[in-house]
Design a protein around this ligand. Structure first.
Ligand code: ZN
Length: 453
């Protein structure tokens, strides 16, 4: 199906060009023509059009914790206890309703592809559902209803810590028992999704805490042979580093490296507390790092060394992770602004580099290398930021400041239009496929809190 867009401004990789014609056929961009008048019948996109945004690290069900866990005392570990309570209440139907609303919120924020780090596989007590991938199927339907592309990162989770303590009742829902059982379930999911054009399967090692070395090696081997993206939570907490040193005499990064988990297919999520040697290993492996700064600050984790990562050529991606907020502009600027607070200096990462993290590099990290660019051959995923709000008024008068104005001042609420594979998902700030997203969210959250009460 052919469609032509005419954008007031479009990001072509290093600058915004005015009056860009974007021709699309069968979901791909077939021509990009800057400085051209609008052809007859073109769909006009007023404002600044970017490639679709990639949310490289999400746990959809954490959306239920927003507002409930963000105030007061506590740390990552007390937050995790609350998160487990919500996980305990989910079944495939409730999960689909919550994830549909959450992914629809993402679409409204300009996100066109989401990587869901999925470990809530089984029923209460660890009993598999009749379809052992029922929860993954809920996420696939949710993403399809919400109009966003999905990478389901099927996550291996086997133990509650280095000491092989037994899994608690919620954690039993995460575990397949061993890596072979996990691999068999993943194989089933991959063949079930073989013909899907908007959903892909990747793999994940939950963390060095939750997976023993032989099992993480099995995930690395599968990712290498099947060319799947592999994600892993890495060094979000100093407690994890300490426990890993105590158990193995190595940092988590060293352990992953020695067991074949670090490669060009790998994205390390967080990498907040990494040493110079760890960074060398991530760079040498060709790994990307996904930073989730709004979550990392909410959980009092710390600040990841994004400037050094960028200097070493490590591609950066961004994730909304705990859904404290869903706003990739906020994630993008937080990467740079947190580093400024640490170094008391400005300007490690340019607006252009932060936009690349939100688009092209994020899409690559989640296994959609054809997305994230406005270029011939790329997937026709577009997001338009309105330039007439109080936040961005005046920015368009000087095209040179537009990238910085958007990265440092725009919010998710400035997104007016979202196109996925050439088809409208959001128009004039309204979701085209899901009506009344706030009400969907409210209802999905209410049914979970009723169970809790
Ligand atoms: Zn996470």
């Amino acid at each position: 199906v052919a469609v032509t867009f005419h954008t007031e401004w479009a990001w072509t990789g290093d600058r915004f060009e005015p009056d860009v014609v974007i021709e699309v056929d069968l979901g791909r961009i077939t021509r990009v023509g800057p400085g051209e008048p609008a052809p007859d019948g073109a769909v006009h996109l007023s404002g600044a059009t970017l490639p679709g945004l990639a949310n490289a690290h999400s746990h959809a069900f954490h959306r239920a914790l927003r507002g409930r866990t963000h105030a007061g005392a506590g740390d990552f570990w007390s937050w995790r206890a609350q998160m487990y309570r919500v996980a305990g209440h989910l079944d495939p139907e409730r999960y689909e309703r919550l994830a549909t609303a959450c992914f629809a919120e993402m679409a409204l924020a300009g996100i066109t592809v989401v990587a869901e780090f999925h470990y809530l596989h089984h029923g209460p007590g660890g009993e598999p559902y009749d379809d052992p991938n029922a929860m993954a199927e809920s996420l696939r339907s949710a993403a399809a209803t919400a109009g966003v592309r999905l990478t389901l990162l099927d996550t291996l989770y086997l133990r509650s810590g280095f000491d092989d303590a037994p899994l608690d009742s919620v954690q039993q829902r995460f575990s397949d028992g061993d890596a072979d059982e996990w691999a068999a379930r993943v194989e089933g999911l991959r063949s079930a999704w073989d013909g899907e054009d908007r959903a892909r399967v990747g793999v994940a090692v939950h963390s060095v805490r939750a997976v023993d070395v032989d099992s993480m090696a099995a995930v690395g081997a599968l990712a290498t042979s099947a060319r799947l993206p592999l994600h892993v939570h890495l060094s979000e907490q100093t407690a994890e580093n300490d426990a890993c040193q105590f158990a193995h005499g190595r940092s988590p990064t060293e352990l992953l490296d020695e067991h074949g988990v670090l490669g060009p297919f790998t994205t390390a999520v967080h990498a907040t507390h990494v040493s110079a040697d760890d960074l060398d290993r991530l760079a040498a492996g060709g790994c990307a790092v996904c930073l989730c700064p709004t979550t990392e600050r909410d959980l009092a984790d710390g600040v990841g060394p994004a400037w050094v990562m960028a200097e070493q050529g490590i591609p950066l991606a961004l994730g909304s992770d705990s859904q404290a907020v869903i706003d990739l502009f906020e994630e993008a600027r937080a990467v740079e602004l947190h580093e400024r607070l640490v170094h008391r200096e400005r300007g490690g990462l340019s607006a252009e580099a932060l936009l690349a993290a939100a688009t092209e590099d994020g899409a690559e990290a989640v296994g959609w290398p054809e997305a994230g660019r406005i270029a011939v051959g790329a997937a026709a995923d577009l997001v338009t930021v309105g330039l007439d709000s109080v936040r961005l008024a005046g920015a368009a008068d000087d095209a040179a400041i537009l990238p910085a104005a958007i990265v440092f001042s725009a919010t998710a609420a400035d997104v007016t239009d979202v196109i996925v594979a050439g088809e409208p998902v959001v128009r004039d700030g309204r979701h085209v496929l899901v009506d009344d997203v706030p009400e969907r969210l409210r209802a999905a959250l209410a049914e979970l809190s009723e169970i809790d009460a």
